[in-house]
Design a protein around this ligand. Structure first.
Ligand SMILES: Cc1ncc(COP(=O)(O)O)c(C=O)c1O
Length: 394
């Protein structure tokens, strides 16, 4: 063996996802990209708003000395202060700049938090269906991901299922709203219930159990729905977000971690997050992107564009007779497959040149994920293929 066994194992577990990707690439080569309906990717298609480009140009045209050098590992103090202020207003909690750590996207932030929190064998709970990288992130730091299913009917947390996986080693629960892969949004009431249940679990086990919110889609909300706040629901909570989706900057890797101001051992936590950001080799979040943030208050991509796609794709699913929970955010749909074996269903869909991801990849067999982060014409032109797919199951 040349590489580490756990990585070799992870590669193998992830291999069929790769197979789907490769099959899609082959289909595109064979038939031409416009003949293949790719609903498999979660790569934001909207370009960053013009204000982002203007801001970056202005920053580059007026270079302040030292701004491309190393900085404090938590980020530029002025940017941390700006974000703390914004969160103070938004959450009504007394954030200080030290509660904010700029990070390399939400993926980077999750690793920074896991590194600070986990000892070997510690457990983190994900709520299925869940973003598959959580398992790898937790494993990176010696932890173990355990999984509790959400409720079948609405993909919201099921406290009984959660209680069944809690052990003295449980250190945290990750919630993700708006959700990948379901598009479901957790209201404040849902999170408050989860928070008060967590406090009974903390009493039961005699130590803090953290609520970690992974929120790269937090601004991608439809129908005037609001996303609940974990920070309001539980004092032992940490928010992680990024601008990969709301500013279309996934490749630029900019996000932040916000620590609840009332977390026990606040100063130690603040120091730990800065330290783990450093020793994981991130060192600090990209400098130019950090400096852009205070100029981009209230700026975001056109969320209405994604809402229209949501309406279009839900209309199509209804028309062809595939049932799903109507998403209220992000850009995913998680419908029921037309046979029990979701991998077989996705392979069958490929024959119609429809590229989907099986629910098994999210710890939830029997469904599939459809990403509608694609031009509306792809949805429109895929209609006949869907009709044929459904017909083949009659
Ligand atoms: C649920 C979820 N969490 C985290 C990430 C990582 O986002 P980022 O680009 O901010 O690292 C993604 C990206 O698709 C995601 O879907």
């Amino acid at each position: 063996m040349t590489i580490a066994a756990p990585i070799a194992n992870s590669l193998q577990r992830a291999s069929w996802i790769r197979q789907m990707f490769e099959a899609g690439a082959r289909l595109k080569q064979q038939y031409g990209a416009d003949q293949v309906f790719d609903f498999s990717l979660g790569n934001p298609i909207l370009e960053p708003p013009a204000k982002v480009h203007e801001t970056l140009h202005a920053l580059l045209d007026d270079p302040a000395p030292g701004h491309h050098r190393y900085m404090p590992n938590g980020g530029f103090p002025a940017v941390r202060e700006y974000l703390a202020n914004e969160l103070r207003e938004e959450q009504g909690l007394p954030f200080e700049k030290e509660d904010i750590v700029l990070c390399v996207g939400a993926g980077g932030g999750l690793n920074v938090v896991a590194k600070a929190l986990l000892e070997p064998g510690d457990e983190v709970v994900a709520l299925a269906p869940y973003f598959v990288e959580y398992g790898f992130y937790v494993q990176n730091h010696g932890g173990v991901l355990t999984v509790a299913k959400t409720r079948q009917e609405d993909f919201l947390p099921d406290l009984e299922a959660l209680e069944a996986v809690m052990t003295p080693k449980t250190r945290a629960i990750i919630v993700n709203s708006p959700n990948n892969p379901t598009g479901v949004v957790y209201s404040q009431a849902v999170l408050d219930e989860l928070g008060s249940w967590l406090r009974t679990q903390e009493q039961r086990f005699g130590r803090p159990i953290y609520l970690i919110a992974d929120e790269p889609y937090r601004k991608l909300l439809f129908d005037e729905v609001t996303n609940g706040s974990v920070l309001k629901a539980h004092p032992n909570s940490i928010l992680i977000t990024s601008h990969s989706k709301d500013l279309g900057l996934a490749g630029e890797r900019i996000g932040y971690i916000a620590l609840h101001p009332e977390v026990p051992d606040r100063a130690l936590w603040q120091e730990a997050l800065v330290f783990t950001n450093r020793i994981l080799g991130f060192v600090n979040a990209p400098a130019l992107m950090q400096r852009a943030l205070p100029h981009l208050r209230g700026v975001q991509v056109d969320i209405g564009f994604y809402q229209q796609l949501r309406d279009q794709v839900c209309g199509l699913m209804e028309e062809v007779g595939i049932s799903c929970v109507r998403p209220q955010g992000a850009f995913y749909l998680f419908p029921q497959a037309l046979e029990e074996d979701d991998v077989a269903f996705v392979r069958r869909a490929q024959e119609e040149k429809l590229l989907l991801v099986p629910g098994s990849g999210f710890g939830w067999p029997g469904c599939f994920r459809l990403s509608y982060c694609c031009p509306g014409s792809v949805i429109e032109n895929s209609r006949e293929a869907w009709l044929r797919l459904v017909e083949s199951y009659r």
